[in-house]
Write a protein that binds this ligand. Structure first.
Ligand code: SF4
Length: 348
């Protein structure tokens, strides 16, 4: 991008930048902790969804030392609903590594940042540029889209990534890389959107090759997608005296470390079908059936299982899939309480 275009972008950013809870006041530099926390939360998640989580996290854990001292389960519960739970596990591991290995100070160099858990190339560059003012090139999906349009990159993604990165590098100024990175992010999310980009309001339109061609939405060119596989699963709602059995999932793997309903039959009981829910993960779609039963005696359950009061199920910090299943379980109970309900006298 010619110097004029970089300048036009920075002028636009100075006036029109988004006011976000993690951004510093005019002229100040954002604390590394806030940049890191917001960037990890924003991976695969929208700004609107992240804002309340960010605010509650910084109110509860105002700095990296406080977060490092948090209980794993407490932090996982606070993260519930944001999705992609590996990020939460990495968040704790990263906070502890910053405290243990770097005296509670985030390192300034991209290479050192990338050695920390959960910090990839993009997040390292964003922290280095925004928190420390270093010249670093942060390329996420938004920036990829803007750059591929500005330069009408013909190579399909993901093969185009090195080319896009080199182009992004060439346009990054030596001074003010933090503002430039944030200006590109704002342009991508507010103006150069995936559909219907607002080219009429775009500060870099005079330099945009895709606009000149007349069809900006053609970019970024994407390789055809493989179909997402569809899996089936079953979860079990076992209730006894107003409490339901929950298990802590293994630390590694899908929804690791989160509380959930068991996926293996936890006790012999008269199980009833209570419907199913659909949920889409990154690499597959899942339809999960819920089977419910009431038992007269508390089964031990697998290791780490707990009996959770049904009326406080909303406070268990269940991940979205299991929160949807909980709604099915509650509907099943209601049905059982009604005079015509099918669940009268099913205690075993
Ligand atoms: Fe995106 Fe349109 Fe601006 Fe080009 S002119 S960068 S396509 S918003």
């Amino acid at each position: 991008m010619p110097v004029d275009a970089s300048e036009a972008l920075l002028c636009w950013y100075a006036v029109d930048k988004r006011r976000l809870p993690w951004r510093a006041e005019e002229g100040a530099r954002t604390e590394p902790y806030r940049v890191w926390l917001s960037e990890v939360m924003l991976q695969q998640t929208t700004v609107a969804a992240v804002k309340p989580y960010f605010e509650s996290f910084v109110a509860r854990w105002p700095n990296v030392e406080a977060l490092a001292a948090a209980e794993d389960g407490e932090l996982m519960a606070a993260w519930a609903g944001l999705g992609y739970y590996a990020r939460a596990r990495n968040l704790i591991a990263c906070a502890r590594a910053v405290v243990a290995e770097h005296d509670g100070q985030f390192p300034e160099e991209e290479a050192a940042l990338r050695k920390l858990p959960g910090i990839g190339a993009y997040t390292a560059a964003a922290i280095a540029a925004i928190a420390f003012g270093r010249r670093a090139v942060a390329v996420d999906g938004n920036v990829e889209r803007v750059v591929s349009r500005l330069h009408a990159v013909k190579t399909p993604l993901p093969a185009a990534r090195p080319e896009i990165r080199a182009l992004a590098d060439a346009m990054t100024p030596d001074a003010g890389a933090g503002d430039f990175a944030q200006a590109m992010m704002d342009l991508g999310s507010a103006i150069c959107t995936p559909r219907n980009p607002a080219c009429g309001r775009c500060p870099v339109r005079p330099w945009c090759a895709a606009f000149a061609e007349g069809d900006p939405e053609h970019y970024p060119v994407k390789a055809p997608k493989a179909a997402r596989p569809h899996r089936l699963g079953t979860a079990f709602w076992l209730e006894q005296d107003g409490a339901v059995l929950l298990v802590r999932r293994p630390a590694k793997g899908l929804l690791g470390g989160m509380l959930a309903f068991p996926e293996a039959e936890p006790a012999a009981a008269r199980w009833e079908e209570a419907g199913s829910v659909d949920h889409v993960f990154t690499h597959f779609a899942l339809t999960m059936q819920l089977r419910c039963a009431e038992t007269a005696q508390r089964a031990e359950g697998p290791e780490g299982a707990i009996w959770w009061p049904v009326e406080r199920i909303g406070e268990a910090g269940l991940p979205t899939l299991f929160a949807k299943l909980a709604a099915r379980g509650l509907a099943w109970r209601e049905k059982g309480k009604s005079p015509g309900g099918v669940r009268q006298g099913v205690l075993v």
